[in-house]
Design a protein. Structure first.
Length: 105
């Protein structure tokens, strides 16, 4: 989907996401991208769902999904997130970097 592809590109693209946070899976729908990653972080977050709302802003939900996918716990949620704030929000909530220090986009 175009929306999901745009979301992934706004975060740095699939290759950068794989290198920086160890993306396992990217599942896309018409209005969202679900990204599962392996990089460890203090809050144990390993999944993020980013959904484009009818107001043309994003809803971002961070989860911890247990081994085997049997448990799922919402850790943080942000509504009304603008595209230019996605990377900053992701980095602030997870403590992980999506871009190399000093890298420009």
């Amino acid at each position: 989907s175009t929306v999901a592809t745009t979301i992934v590109e706004q975060l740095g693209g699939p290759r950068a996401l794989s290198l920086m946070i160890g993306v396992k899976h990217i599942l896309t729908t018409d209005t969202s991208a679900d990204i599962r990653f392996t990089c460890r972080n203090e809050r144990r977050i390993n999944h993020v769902r980013i959904t484009l709302t009818p107001m043309d802003v994003y809803e971002v939900v961070f989860y911890v999904i247990g081994k085997g996918g049997l448990s799922c716990k919402e850790i943080a949620r942000s509504d009304d997130v603008h595209a230019d704030s996605l990377v900053t929000l992701f980095e602030r909530v997870t403590g992980l970097c999506l871009r190399l220090p000093g890298a420009r986009r």
